[in-house]
Design a protein around this ligand. Sequence first.
Ligand code: IGP
Length: 262
Amino acid sequence: MLDALTAGALEDAARRREQLPADRLEAIALQSRTPLDAASLLSTPKADSPGPHIIAEVKRASPSKGPLADIPEPAALASSYAAGGASAISVLTEERRFLGSLDDLRAVREAVQVPVLRKDFIADEYQLLEARAFGADIVLLIVASLEPARLVQLHRFANGLGLSVLVEVHDEREIDAALAADARILGVNTRDLKTFTMHPERFAELRERIPAGTVAVAESGVRSAADVARYRQDGADAVLVGEALVTDGDPASRVREFGRAA
Ligand SMILES: O=P(O)(O)OC[C@@H](O)[C@@H](O)c1c[nH]c2ccccc12
């Protein structure tokens, strides 16, 4: 599934590139506002609470769960997240299975002051230029979908654009690849993207391999404050939450509650 998602995302990017060639996109990207230093922000503990940083996600659907929420106004949802104290907003821009778009990214960017993450299946420099041009501060790179040398190249290219990178791993070997690419933000996805099976214990198992000074993010499957507290006790600096927030009637309160869970 991961390979199909990445192939689809690359096809969609190739289609956009026919409309806007890379050199023109690069000029736009470099003129856009300087990204926030999200890696530094997330590595600084929150002043006002013992809970983890919450990275709150805007996600309409997923291949594992199908439709989750319509989200007619991603900017309004992102504003609620920020009002609840979210440290960053993740925006799914993948079009086919997650029903996201770069327009969603831009709308969220214009609505909030906190760092914004472009969550997509990124395997090409063009997608990184898009991320910066549409206002992202952080991009996702998934170790399982990239050759080690390619991961290093894309990580470096993103940093060169001023973007922070959330490097996503699911096992020990992938942590080594992430660290070889100089990851400063390392996310353990407790959902295996190849099979969609959940492994909530995976974060605790891998935490000790993440060096001090690298931001440790626990991703996926959080339903309650108790889930957040458990990841926090296992050493998460930040917790990334999607489904539980997009399906909640009062996302600001839920983010606030999660951000205090310790
Ligand atoms: O909705 P959840 O279970 O709270 O999960 C959020 C997030 O971790 C998940 O959307 C995600 C993690 N890594 C990804 C990579 C691509 C797409 C999506 C993801």
